[in-house]
Design a protein around this ligand. Structure first.
Ligand SMILES: NC(=O)c1ccc[n+]([C@@H]2O[C@H](COP(=O)([O-])OP(=O)(O)OC[C@H]3O[C@@H](n4cnc5c(N)ncnc54)[C@H](O)[C@@H]3O)[C@@H](O)[C@H]2O)c1
Length: 395
C-alpha cells in the first residue's frame, strides 16, 4: 500500500523527503504540496517529479485531498499551528524538529494528537542512525556498567554555520534559539541514551564572531569584490533551496544576507552542562567554524568508556581495567544524515501502516524542548536552572 501524504513547507528539508519519496513510490505517494509561497510549492511539485501532486497555499485545502499523513517541514515557529490543523483533519503526522518553541506549544500539539488518536513521529533522525542505535545497544547490554557521564559535541562547517546566520533561524522568534532549532535532536539523543530527563542545567554562550561591527555590506551581491574574495562565508547557495527567481536574484529574499548582519539574536557558540534525574551528568557543545560537519560522543561508565564520531562510524570501547579495546563498526547506511533520513522516513511509514509506536514520540519532543529552553534560560541568566517535573507534564 502506498501511503498518500501531503508535504507542508516546500523548502530545503522537503527536498530530502522528496528524494526518498521518488525512490519509494511503492511505499509513499506525494499527493499534495502546501507552501504559503505558491512559487516554491509549484517548483517542488515540478522538480521532484511529482507533477501530479496538487499545489496548495492554504493548509485548509488539504482537507479535501483524502490524505493519510502530513509531512510537516515548515519553520519551527509554525510547527504548533500547522500540526494542530493536520491533527484536526485526522492525519498521521511526521513533524520536523523541534516539536515547537515552548513547552505549552508542545502540550497543545500533544492535546490535538490525543484527541485525534493518530500517529505523530518527531523528526529526530539521529535516533534512526546505526551509530546511535549501536551506542544505545551497548548501554543496554551493560558493557560500561553504571553510566556516569556523557560528553557530546556538534561541529558545523563554515557554510553550514553561515546558513543559520542569514536564514530565518537567525531570529529567536522563528527558531526559539540556535540550540533549539539545530540541536534539539542532539539533546534528544542524550535524553534517549541516558534514559532519563534533565533535572538541572547550566550553560554559557554568546555571539563572538558574527558581530555587526565586521559587516562590510548588507548583502553579498553588493559587497566589494576584494572583500568577497577573502570572505569564507560568501553566499554559495548551500543549505538553502532556491527557486529559479531566487537563483537569479538571491538578495530578493535575503538569501545572501551578510553573516555579520545586526538582524539576528542567536549565539554562535554555546556549551551546556546537564544533570539528569538519574544522576548521569552530561556536557554538550555547539561548535561552529569546523572543517566539516561532525558529531562526537564519549560516554563513561564504571567499567570503562566509549568514544566515537558519527562520521567515522567507529565506536571504540575501552575497558577500565584489563581487557582489550574493542572497535565496533557502525558505518552509515545510505541516504542523508548518515542514513538516518531513510531509516526514519521508513519508520514513520511503518508506524502509519502498522498503527505502531513511532521511533520518537510526542513525549520525546516535549522533553527536548523543555530541556533546551531551560539550557537557554541558564545561559541568559548565568544561573543553574532546575527543571521541575511539572514542566514535563503532558497536559
Ligand atoms: N531533522 C533534520 O535533520 C532537519 C534538517 C533540516 C531542517 N529541519 C527542520 O525542517 C523544517 C524546515 O526547515 P527548512 O530548512 O526546510 O526551511 P526552509 O525555509 O528551506 O523551508 C520552509 C518552507 O516552509 C514554507 N512555509 C513557511 N510557513 C509556512 C506555513 N505556515 N505553511 C506552509 N508553508 C510554510 C516556506 O515558504 C518555505 O518554503 C524546520 O523545522 C527545520 O528545523 C530538520
Amino acid at each position: 500500500m502506498s501511503i498518500r501524504v501531503g508535504v507542508i513547507g516546500a523548502g530545503m528539508r522537503a527536498y530530502d523527503f522528496a528524494r526518498y519519496a521518488r525512490k519509494n513510490t511503492d511505499r509513499v505517494t506525494v499527493a499534495a504540496v502546501c507552501d504559503i509561497d505558491g512559487e516554491r510549492a509549484r517548483e517542488f511539485a515540478a522538480h521532484t517529479g511529482m507533477a501530479d501532486a496538487h499545489v496548495h497555499t492554504d493548509i485548509r485545502g488539504l482537507a479535501a485531498e483524502k490524505l493519510d499523513a502530513a509531512i510537516i517541514m515548515v519553520p519551527d515557529a509554525f510547527h504548533r499551528e500547522v500540526a494542530e490543523e493536520c491533527l484536526a483533519m485526522g492525519l498521521d503526522v511526521l513533524l520536523e524538529k523541534p516539536m515547537a518553541l515552548t513547552g505549552d506549544d508542545c502540550r497543545a500539539i500533544i492535546k490535538a494528537q490525543t484527541r485525534s488518536g493518530t500517529v505523530l513521529q518527531m523528526g529526530f533522525v539521529l535516533r534512526a542512525i546505526r551509530f546511535y542505535q549501536q551506542v544505545k545497544k551497548i548501554l543496554e547490554q551493560g558493557t560500561l556498567g553504571q553510566v556516569l557521564s556523557m560528553s557530546a559535541a556538534e561541529h558545523l562547517s563554515l557554510d553550514h554555520s553561515a546558513s543559520f546566520m542569514r536564514r530565518w533561524h537567525r531570529k529567536r522568534a522563528n527558531s526559539g534559539s540556535f540550540l533549539l532549532t539545530k540541536c534539539s535532536h542532539d539533546i534528544d539523543i542524550l535524553n534517549w541514551l541516558a534514559d532519563s530527563r534533565p533535572a538541572a542545567v547550566a550553560s554559557f554562550g554568546g555571539l563572538d564572531v558574527f558581530t555587526h561591527d565586521k559587516q562590510p555590506a548588507t548583502h553579498c551581491s553588493v559587497c566589494p569584490a576584494a572583500v568577497k574574495a577573502a570572505c569564507p562565508y560568501v553566499f554559495k547557495g548551500a543549505f538553502v533551496h532556491l527557486t529559479a527567481e531566487d537563483t537569479h536574484d538571491p538578495s530578493r529574499n535575503n538569501w545572501d544576507l551578510c553573516v555579520y548582519n545586526d538582524d539576528k539574536d542567536i549565539v554562535d557558540n554555546q556549551v551546556a552542562i546537564i544533570e539528569y534525574e538519574n544522576r548521569i551528568r552530561a556536557t554538550f557543545s555547539l561548535q561552529l567554524f569546523a572543517k566539516r560537519d561532525q558529531r562526537h560522543l564519549t560516554i563513561t561508565g564504571e567499567k570503562g568508556h566509549l568514544h566515537g564520531t558519527l562520521e567515522s562510524g567507529k565506536i571504540v570501547i575501552s575497558p577500565a581495567g584489563p581487557g582489550e579495546e574493542v572497535t565496533i563498526d557502525a558505518t552509515a547506511g545510505p541516504g542523508g544524515h548518515s542514513g538516518g533520513d531513510t531509516a526514519s522516513f521508513d519508520a514513520f511509514l511503518d508506524a502509519v501502516r502498522l498503527r505502531a509506536k513511532p521511533i520518537a514520540d510526542v513525549r520525546s519532543g516535549l522533553e527536548s524542548t523543555v530541556a533546551v529552553n531551560a539550557i537557554d534560560r541558564a545561559m541568559l541568566t548565568g544561573k543553574v536552572v532546575r527543571i521541575s517535573r511539572h514542566e514535563y507534564r503532558l497536559d
